[in-house]
Each structure stands twice: as structure tokens, then as C-alpha cells.
Design a protein. Structure first.
Length: 462
């Protein structure tokens, strides 16, 4: 039940609180003891002063006897001496300790006000006060008051017991509070530890959602979010793997099937050539697919080197146009490019060329003869934009959010005929984003599609 962290926190708290409590208790104890002792001493002195006042009014045998008699019934002891120190009255028997005090008193040189002459209540058996009797300015004697110190010790002993009791109760309460507190702090931590252990064992369904809005609450919610993210990632990976195997299986089935037919003795030379062509095409398709997958894997691991330079977009578009011209001409699709020479971007021209080729390839594949594909570029507040729009078949609205997903194709069977594997836009998105740019696609089904790429402006970085 006692895990390490709560033990550490608990011990630390306990030691700190114990030190503070001990300090406070000690201060309180000594203040109280001193106050009690002072009170006893003041009382004794006041009592002596009262006697000396009475005797100053009437310094007679009867009064002396009265005073002695009064104190014989009390806890105190009174000793009255004459001006030379000779004992005249004593309420109780004189003990050696009292005599020592009497002997050491300077009877000649005593102030008119009384004073405490023995205050060592810890070592001596009596504390004592001396109140001189002065009649008409003449020093006539002394009233010595003695109080046994066991009285004080009893009071202090009582106080000590009370302190001990309160101290023990405080320590017990402290321990209970600390135990509860450290459990309160460490319990959510223990739950989180268990949850992360489950996560590492592959159970991604952990729910630590809590209403706490302190750091522990934030941590718990972060772990819950991590688990849902992990779950999503795992599902995405599984989906991706099954799509890849599907993508690979189809061309492989073709290749194997046609290779088998080739083996048959009754295959004519013409058929043989046709089938060889299909096999070659499928192999090329496979090579492209695997190459694209490699690119994506590299992009995922950030191993895709991007060498950014200031590049003139007009130049880049021109070189891209040269590459795609023949394919566009063949399908009688018009390609028009308009871009000012001043537009410069800070990019890796080879990678962005790859992106543009793919988007133009898409535009061509989904347009019909007579359609036009337009490429424009412009400066924007924070960068530059390249827009490729076509008048082709467009993408249904419900498919639009998915076209950047890996291996996603709108019309699965038809685009396969066109050689697409559904990786082009996914790669384009990764490349643009690794440039710190953004890509978006707008489309109206039946009317056309426009892809906009936004990139960092050139010129400031050289
Ligand atoms: N200009 C466009 N017009 C209509 N549909 C498009 C257009 N561009 C993309 N698409 C749709 O989006 C899907 C995904 O495009 P993407 O470029 O990622 O894959 P692909 O062209 O099928 O294959 P790849 O580019 O890997 O050869 C395409 O299959 C297509 O259905
Ligand atoms: Mg494509």
C-alpha cells in the first residue's frame, strides 16, 4: 500500500511539519513556564510587601505573632528579622536552606522596595523575597517570604503533561493528514502509471478523463488523448497496410495470369506480344507504386532532403510545361500558363516540380478533349500561390475530404485503368507541408477542379 513516492512525500512533509511543530511548542512551553514562575514570584513578593506594610503601621509583638500565625496555615513561610538580622518570628521551622539565604542577605544595604532574593526554582528548595520594614525613614527589620519550589514544579509538571498529550495528539493528526494527502497526490499518479503500462501492452482504450484542472488533471487528460491518438494511428496503419496489399495484389495477379497464358503452346505471336505489353505495364505500375511508397516513408521519417533556394516560379512552370506538353497535346487538352517573372518562392524546385507534375497529371487524366487546364501564380501577403484549375469531371463533394489520403481514389476501377494508385496527392501534401506551405483542393462535380499551393516567398532568405 505504501509506494515509494507517497513514502518520500510523506516523510518529507512529516519531518518539516515536525520541526515546525517542535519549534512552536517549545516556544509556547517556555513562555508559559516563565509566565507561571514570574506570577508565583510576584505573588510571593506582593504577600511580603503586604506584611511589611502592616508591620510598618504597627511594629508590635502581637502584630508580629499574627503575621507568623497567618502564614503558618498557608503554603508559604514568613521569617521576620530585626534590623540586625536576628530572627523575631518565623511561621514554620527554619530549614538550613532558609538560614543560608538569611545569612547571605546584606541587612544594612537594602532598598526600601522589596526584592526577589532567590529565584532558582529548578535547583533550590525555596524561592525567597525580602521586603524591608521602614518606619519613619528608619530601617527596622525585614519580612522574608519563602515558597517551596515543589509547588512550582508541580505546576510545571502539570503543564508538561498537558503539552505531552497535545503533542502526541498533534503528531498523530499530522501523520493521518500526511497519509491522506500523500495518497491524494499519488493515487492519480499510480492510476496514470497503470494506464501507461496498459498502453505499452497494446491496450489503447484507457480513459483517465477527470474534472481536475490542476497539473495532475492536465497530465491525465493528456494521457487519455495520447491513447485515442495511438488508437487512431493503429487503425490508420492497419487500413493502410490492407490497402497496400490490395494495390500490390492486383498487378501481381495480372502479371502471374498473363505469364501463365504466355506459357501455353497455342499462344500466337501477336497475343504473346500483347500479353508481354500488359506484363510490362503492370510491372511499371508496380515500380511506380513502390517508388511512391518509398517517398512517403522517407517523408514520414523526415529523411526527405529539401534544399530550399530562391526559385522563379515562371521558370519552374515553363520547365514543367515542357515535360507535360506532349501528353496534353495527345489528348487535345489545352494548357495555358500565366505567371509574372517577379514571383519567386523559397523552395526545392525539384520537389515542387514533382508536386506540379502530379497535379497536372491529375488535371489531364480527369479532363476530356477540348478542355482547358490553367496554371496561374500570384504574390500574396505572406507568400506566393500557384493555382492549377481544370474544366474536367470534378470530384463529388463527399469525396473531397479524402483525396489527400494515401491510396485514396475516387473512382477505384476507372483510375486504375489510368494508372493511378492514389498516392500522388498524399505525396504532394507532404512535400508542400515540409516546405512550410499549404495545399488545398476545391472542386465542383461536373465542372472542374482547382488545386491551390501556397509557399514561402523567395528573396528574403538568400
Ligand atoms: N483534377 C482532378 N479532377 C478530378 N478528380 C481528381 C483530380 N485530381 C485528383 N482527383 C481524384 O483524387 C484521387 C487522388 O489523386 P492522386 O493524385 O492522389 O491519385 P491518383 O492520381 O489516382 O494516383 P497517382 O497520382 O498516385 O498516380 C484521384 O484518384 C482522383 O479520383
Ligand atoms: Mg495523381
Amino acid at each position: 500500500m505504501f509506494n515509494k513516492l507517497s513514502l518520500k512525500i510523506g516523510l518529507l512533509f512529516f519531518i518539516f511539519i515536525l520541526i515546525i511543530e517542535a519549534f512552536l511548542f517549545a516556544t509556547l512551553y517556555f513562555t508559559l513556564v516563565n509566565e507561571r514562575v514570574d506570577e508565583v514570584m510576584e505573588n510571593l513578593l506582593a504577600r511580603g510587601e503586604t506584611h511589611s506594610d502592616v508591620l510598618e503601621d504597627s511594629f508590635e509583638d502581637m502584630t508580629l505573632a499574627h503575621v507568623g500565625m497567618m502564614e503558618s496555615a498557608s503554603d508559604f513561610i514568613v521569617v521576620i528579622t530585626d534590623e540586625a538580622g536576628e530572627v523575631m518570628v518565623n511561621s514554620d521551622a527554619l530549614e538550613p536552606e532558609m538560614l543560608v539565604i538569611l545569612r547571605h542577605t546584606d541587612f544594612e544595604d537594602t532598598s526600601i522596595d522589596g526584592e526577589i532574593i532567590e529565584e532558582d526554582w529548578q535547583d533550590k528548595r525555596y524561592i525567597a523575597t525580602d521586603s524591608p520594614i521602614t518606619i519613619d525613614g528608619v530601617h527596622a527589620g525585614h519580612v522574608f517570604m519563602f515558597a517551596p519550589t515543589d509547588n512550582i514544579e508541580r505546576i510545571i509538571g502539570h503543564l508538561k503533561n498537558q503539552f505531552l498529550l497535545v503533542g502526541i495528539i498533534t503528531v498523530i493528526l499530522t501523520i493521518i493528514t500526511i497519509l491522506l494527502l500523500s495518497r491524494l497526490i499519488t493515487l492519480p499518479l499510480i492510476r496514470m502509471k497503470e494506464a501507461t503500462e496498459q498502453l505499452s501492452q497494446g491496450n489503447n482504450q484507457v480513459d483517465l478523463t477527470t474534472d481536475r484542472n490542476d497539473e495532475l488533471g492536465e497530465l491525465a487528460n493528456a494521457i487519455t488523448k495520447l491513447s485515442t491518438d495511438l488508437d487512431r494511428l493503429k487503425n490508420a496503419r492497419n487500413e493502410f497496410l490492407s490497402s497496400i496489399s490490395h494495390e500490390l495484389r492486383t498487378p501481381l495477379t495480372y502479371i502471374k495470369g498473363y505469364a501463365d497464358i504466355l506459357d501455353r503452346p497455342d499462344t500466337t505471336e501477336r497475343e504473346r506480344e500483347e500479353y508481354m505489353g500488359i506484363i510490362r505495364e503492370e510491372a511499371a505500375h508496380l515500380t511506380l507504386l513502390v517508388g511512391n511508397l518509398f517517398d512517403l516513408a522517407k517523408l514520414d521519417r523526415n529523411q526527405f532532403t529539401i534544399e530550399q533556394k530562391n526559385v522563379s516560379i515562371a521558370e519552374l512552370l515553363k520547365s514543367v510545361a515542357v515535360l507535360v506538353k506532349s501528353a496534353f497535346d495527345e489528348e487535345k487538352i489545352e494548357l495555358s500558363i500565366s505567371c509574372g517573372d517577379e514571383v519567386q518562392a523559397f523552395i526545392d524546385s525539384e520537389r515542387i516540380q514533382q508536386v506540379l507534375l502530379n497535379i497536372l497529371d491529375n488535371a489531364r487524366k480527369h479532363s476530356s478533349a477540348g478542355d482547358r487546364v490553367t496554371v496561374e501564380c500570384c504574390q500574396e501577403v505572406n507568400g506566393i500561390a500557384i493555382r492549377i484549375s481544370d474544366e474536367g469531371q470534378g470530384i463529388p463533394e463527399e469525396e473531397l475530404p479524402f483525396v489527400f489520403d494515401r491510396l485514396y481514389r475516387v473512382e477505384k476501377s476507372r483510375s486504375r485503368e489510368r494508372g493511378g494508385s492514389g498516392l500522388g496527392l498524399a505525396i504532394a501534401k507532404e512535400i508542400v507541408e515540409s516546405h512550410g506551405g499549404r495545399i488545398r483542393i476545391d472542386s465542383q462535380f461536373g465542372k472542374g477542379t482547382a488545386v491551390t499551393i501556397r509557399l514561402k516567398r523567395g528573396g528574403d532568405h538568400s
